[in-house]
Write a protein that binds this ligand. Structure first.
Ligand code: NAP
Length: 268
């Protein structure tokens, strides 16, 4: 019997995680099955309990359950505690153990796949939801010179920034960005899902800047705006594959190679 894992979300039909983990398992010779489970909006804990009762050894957690997963866990990694959100569950020990691999995935994509050096960079993070929550700690720790968070609901950005009082963090409204410029602009909003884009000023991108949209598999209004302004662009496919690799490593103790999987995902 293969060891059982799953991705739990709502909706989850679009998730690429089963395909990615199947590639990792094949390449590393691991005998696993990886399911896609749509939990009822009011039934996350029950769904995890059922997976566990059926022998499930771990799960990825996606929208909108990452904060519920954080509360579900009896033990947490330091990065999950910092994020207050969990995207990876380990179910094989006593209490469920929660981790958050989103930040490690983003940083690995930026620094290894895209070859950027974050230390000293001026960074704008758009959004203050679950994805921003997961990546903020690792971004602060990466040595960026300046890290500005902009969010449609400014209180949410302020409360997120308040968790890192010693960091190089500032909070700014989108309407206050005029006259500021950045080496790296990360879109961690879900605006791209509806084809929209927060109002951004001209002159946002410094020479050599990268615009990174965490949304994957589509050419968003944000990426089009950045391209027109002369910035390099990337969608979030690399982050998706790298955060999955980090989860796989946590579950199986084997670190899968990601370059071929990322290339195949992009080609598809
Ligand atoms: P979330 O918790 O629902 O947060 C959504 C964020 O987007 C909030 O900051 C929200 O602002 C903002 N927003 C939504 N619509 C907006 C609009 N029209 N204009 C301006 N801001 C808007 O979602 P999430 O989990 O953070 O996910 C965000 C995105 O990251 C999604 O597209 C998701 O697919 C992607 N993601 C990718 C990966 C990956 O591996 N590549 C991993 C995680 C997430 P308010 O606070 O004002 O509502």
């Amino acid at each position: 019997m293969p060891d059982r894992y799953a991705v739990i979300g709502n909706p989850v039909a679009h998730s690429k995680s089963p395909w990615i983990h199947a590639q990792f398992a094949r390449a590393t010779g691991q005998d696993i099955e990886y399911l896609r489970i749509e939990a009822p909006l009011d039934g996350f804990a029950r769904t995890v309990d059922e997976l566990r009762a059926a022998g499930g050894r771990g799960a990825n957690v996606t929208l909108p359950f990452k904060e519920q997963a954080f509360r579900y866990c009896g033990a947490l990694s330091a990065r999950a505690q910092q994020a207050r959100a969990v995207n990876t569950l380990l179910l094989e020990r006593g209490a469920a153990y929660g981790d958050n691999t989103d930040g490690a995935g983003l940083l690995r994509d930026l620094t290894v796949n895209l070859g950027r050096t974050l230390a000293g960079e001026r960074v704008l993070l758009m959004g203050a939801g679950g994805a921003a929550q997961g990546v903020l700690g690792p971004l602060v720790a990466s040595g960026v010179a300046r890290l500005v968070i902009a969010n449609r609901t400014p209180e949410r950005a302020r409360s997120l920034a308040a968790r890192f009082p010693a960091g190089p963090l500032e909070v700014c409204g989108y309407d206050e960005l005029a006259g500021q410029s950045f080496d790296l602009v990360i879109n961690a909003t879900s605006a791209g899902l509806t084809g929209s884009l927060p109002a951004l000023p001209d002159g946002l991108f410094r020479a050599g800047a990268l615009a990174y949209d965490m949304l994957y598999g589509s050419d968003t209004a944000f990426l089009a705006f950045a391209r027109a302004a002369g910035a390099a662009t990337s969608d979030g496919s690399g982050m998706l594959v790298e955060q999955a690799a980090e989860s796989f490593y946590l579950w199986r103790g084997v670190r899968p190679a990601t370059a071929g999987v990322l290339a195949a995902l992009r080609a598809a």
